[in-house]
Design a protein around this ligand. Structure first.
Ligand SMILES: O=C(O)CCC(=O)C1=CC=C[C@@H](O)[C@@H]1C(=O)O
Ligand SMILES: [Mg+2]
Length: 334
């Protein structure tokens, strides 16, 4: 069957305030691949996240071009993704899944609103949220007692609210204890989990044990020796597919978590609206009972090709100045 491939590179301006670990991110860059085979086509986004991904965009690009060239020549259509960078595996596996109609069209577009510190913004969003009220609050950036006060205040003010908190391994045990001191014991059950509260997983386990507050693994999931294993107080694993790898690998992690009675939460690595809508479809298909963490589109000034339902952001098409087609060899375009 005739195969055709296109590769695009995009660069979208982002909100001036976006700080990723040590650096300000001024633009979000990535690749879009389009695979065509006969009448079918599949798309994927490959967007290593600075400060989080090990690979650079340039490395991902070179690897993608090499894989695409091989795929174009390959008759069997079974070209493996093993050994590729996680972002490359993820983007290509999505394109292949779309190509072979294995990724459903429906998406889980209700996502957990993300709050970076000002709780007032949350009230209005939560007010309009249909169904289960869940919010995610970043902690560990300011004083731990302030984090505790805010969490307790939100839980007090909204009796059916559930919270997810994310400390990104920022707290020492003393700080984590300080946080917990301000959250009344009767409110603690409504914290679905804190993602990686302490500087090490072992300290996070101890914190959960002492306070009865549930935890989730996020950074740990990306460590090479990570195994999904139920432990006391461990409620969920967070899966950021761009940082984890192929769709198949993500699905395995999800199934392992579900078999052991834990939640698996599909979460953003600040992809464009293109990648985010695919993540919403993955969430709908594989974690339909767990609201995904995909509330990062508003960090960007534009959407890219595919729209997030009801987003007011302008949409860039393939003809926009923010997107460039990367020429491949003549053969691959034929
Ligand atoms: O999980 C979510 O709800 C949103 C995604 C999110 O919080 C993050 C995405 C990417 C990098 C980080 O800044 C942050 C995280 O620490 O989990
Ligand atoms: Mg996190």
């Amino acid at each position: 069957m005739t195969k055709q491939i296109n590769l695009y590179q995009y660069s979208i301006p982002v909100d001036a305030q976006l700080v990723l670990r040590q650096r300000f991110l001024k633009k979000r860059e990535g690749l879009l691949v389009r695979l065509c085979c006969g009448d079918n086509e599949g798309w994927g986004e490959i967007a290593p996240l600075p400060e989080f991904s090990q690979e650079s965009l340039e490395q991902a690009k070179q690897q993608t071009i090499a894989w695409l060239t091989q795929w174009h020549q390959d008759c069997e259509d079974k070209l493996a993704l093993t050994g590729l960078y996680p972002s490359v595996q993820f983007g290509l596996s999505c394109a292949l899944a779309e190509l072979t109609q294995q990724l459903g069209k429906e998406g889980y577009y209700q996502t957990v609103p993300l709050c970076y510190g000002d709780p007032d913004e949350l009230y209005e969003q939560l007010d309009q949220m249909p169904g289960e009220k869940i919010a995610k609050v970043k902690v560990g950036m300011y004083e731990a007692n302030r984090d505790g006060l805010i969490a307790d205040m939100l839980l007090e003010a909204i009796p059916d609210l559930k919270l997810r908190l994310d400390a990104n391994r920022q707290w020492t045990m003393a700080k984590a204890e300080m946080f917990a001191k301000y959250v009344k014991p009767e409110h603690r059950q409504r914290i679905q989990f804190i993602e990686e509260p302490c500087k090490t997983p072992e300290l996070s386990r101890q914190f959960a044990q002492q306070t009865g507050i549930a935890i989730a693994w996020d950074e740990s999931v990306r460590e090479s020796d990570f195994l999904v294993k139920k432990e006391p107080h461990l409620a969920a694993i967070i899966i950021k597919p761009t940082l984890v790898g192929s769709l198949q690998k993500c699905v395995e992690l999800i199934q392992q978590a579900h078999h052991q009675g834990m939640q698996a939460v599909i979460s953003s690595s600040i992809e464009s609206s293109f990648g985010l809508t695919q993540l919403a479809r993955i969430a709908q298909q594989y974690t339909p009972n767990t609201m995904p963490g995909l509330d990062t589109l508003d960090l960007m000034d534009y959407q890219l090709i595919r729209c997030w339902p009801d987003s007011p952001l302008p949409v860039l098409g393939l003809d926009s100045d923010f997107i460039q087609e990367i020429p491949l060899t003549d053969e691959t375009n034929r």
